[in-house]
Write a protein that binds this ligand. Structure first.
Ligand SMILES: Nc1ncnc2c1ncn2[C@@H]1O[C@H](COP(=O)(O)OP(=O)(O)OP(=O)(O)O)[C@@H](O)[C@H]1O
Ligand SMILES: [Mg+2]
Length: 369
């Protein structure tokens, strides 16, 4: 079993006063290539032991941010602090950071055990210690029986586990992973997600993980840092971002969303409503000022067919999609929007062409700018 350095640190940071610096701090970090900005000035604090995921579409700046943190790309501005110490100019190999990439980059001429022991030998560790640590790391990824094989004799999932073991073996307190499961099929990817979460729990390392797969981000992260157009769009726990997206982009990128665009006004009773091409819908909470353009986000599980709700709109069923654990009904509304409704348990799926009423409670909607 490897050391649990991160756990000790997080306990310390909870009890110590004043509060210890975050494990990793990104302070106005920027990257420009000529006139093109790959990362706008970005601030980010990552507490010790956190599993933080950078999620966003292709080209949003995830890899750029990660590579500046590890030192492979030189920032155009800003600072990187590790344990409160400025490491912006520290070379890659002197930062206490482990890296795992999509392409595992194992040495083909070294056995699995030799691959895993490589970073330890590079650091001048004694042979007996290298062997003991290598054995521990192999067991940790359940490959104890394959130490003598060469990488080409392993499956893709096994090779990625070797790459994980090679990263965890020298116990870096920060581990950066850039789409490490991107090359694996869905079933293996889900299995490896659990493996990485277990390694995270057992070692207490601080992990910054990149993916453009929102399900993976929701399943794995303590917090998600959602990126868009070279900046952070929203940062929060998976639940916060899912339940309280701040923008239409965040709502659309994470989970399935129904988004109505319109203007905020007051109805005859003074209640705020969003006037859209599909109808006027009641809002709750702090609505934007009158006349502001806004989007109303309602998740499929908040919509109900022929059920209860303050808001109602009728439409025509376009399709029903059976997805194993749930059935989704696509309904085309009069104003041009097609909404996705999760079919309530026990209800018979409607047929394409059926007229239905879609209802939801005003509190279930989230108004975003
Ligand atoms: N060396 C470079 N020179 C010029 N532009 C670059 C360079 N590296 C990255 N970029 C640009 O910076 C932007 C951000 O790239 P980055 O690799 O960070 O995106 P990403 O979010 O990791 O995307 P993906 O999900 O496709 O991996 C992209 O528009 C990319 O073309
Ligand atoms: Mg990338």
């Amino acid at each position: 079993m490897l050391a649990t350095h991160g756990t000790a640190q997080s306990i310390q940071s909870r009890s110590a006063a004043p509060v210890a610096a975050p494990k990793l701090q990104v302070d106005d970090l920027t990257k420009r290539y000529g006139s093109f900005t790959a990362l706008q000035p970005t601030r980010l604090d990552v507490p010790a032991g956190e599993f933080l995921t950078l999620l966003g579409p292709s080209g949003s700046g995830k890899t750029t941010l990660l590579q500046m943190i590890c030192g492979l790309v030189e920032p155009s501005g800003g600072r990187i602090l590790i344990d409160g110490k400025d490491e912006t100019r520290t070379p890659v190999h002197k930062r206490d950071i482990g890296l795992v990439f999509q392409h595992y980059a194992l040495f083909p001429h070294l056995t699995v055990a030799e691959n895993i022991g490589f970073p330890l030998r590079m650091r001048g560790m004694a042979a007996a210690e290298v062997e003991a640590r290598t054995r521990g790391a192999l067991d940790m990824v359940h490959l104890g029986h394959l130490g003598g094989r060469f990488p080409k004799e392993l499956s893709g999932g096994q090779q990625q586990r070797v790459a994980l073991a090679r990263c965890f073996v020298y116990q870096p307190s920060i581990i950066l992973m850039d789409e490490p499961l991107g090359a694996l099929d869905k079933k293996l990817r889900e299995h490896m997600q659990q493996e990485i979460k277990r390694l995270h729990r057992e070692t207490g390392a601080t992990i910054v993980y990149v993916t453009h797969d929102q399900e993976e981000a929701l399943a794995m992260s303590d917090r998600i840092c959602l990126m868009n157009h070279a900046r952070i769009e929203q940062i929060g726990t998976p639940h916060e971002i899912y339940a309280r997206p701040k923008t239409a982009f965040a709502a659309d990128f994470i989970g399935v969303s129904n988004i109505f665009r319109g203007r905020v006004q007051r109805d005859a009773h003074g209640t705020p409503v969003l006037v859209t091409s599909d109808g006027s819908f009641r809002l709750t909470g702090e609505a934007l000022p009158d006349q502001d353009e806004a989007s109303l986000v309602v998740r499929p599980e908040q919509l109900d067919l022929d059920g209860e709700g303050d808001n109602e709109v009728s439409g025509e069923v376009v399709d029903t999609v059976y997805a194993g654990s749930e059935t989704r009904v696509l309904v085309a509304l009069g104003g041009g929007t097609t909404v996705t409704v999760r079919l309530r348990r026990g209800l018979a799926p409607p047929l394409p062409g059926d007229r239905v009423a879609v209802r939801w409670r005003a509190e279930a909607g989230v108004l975003v700018s």
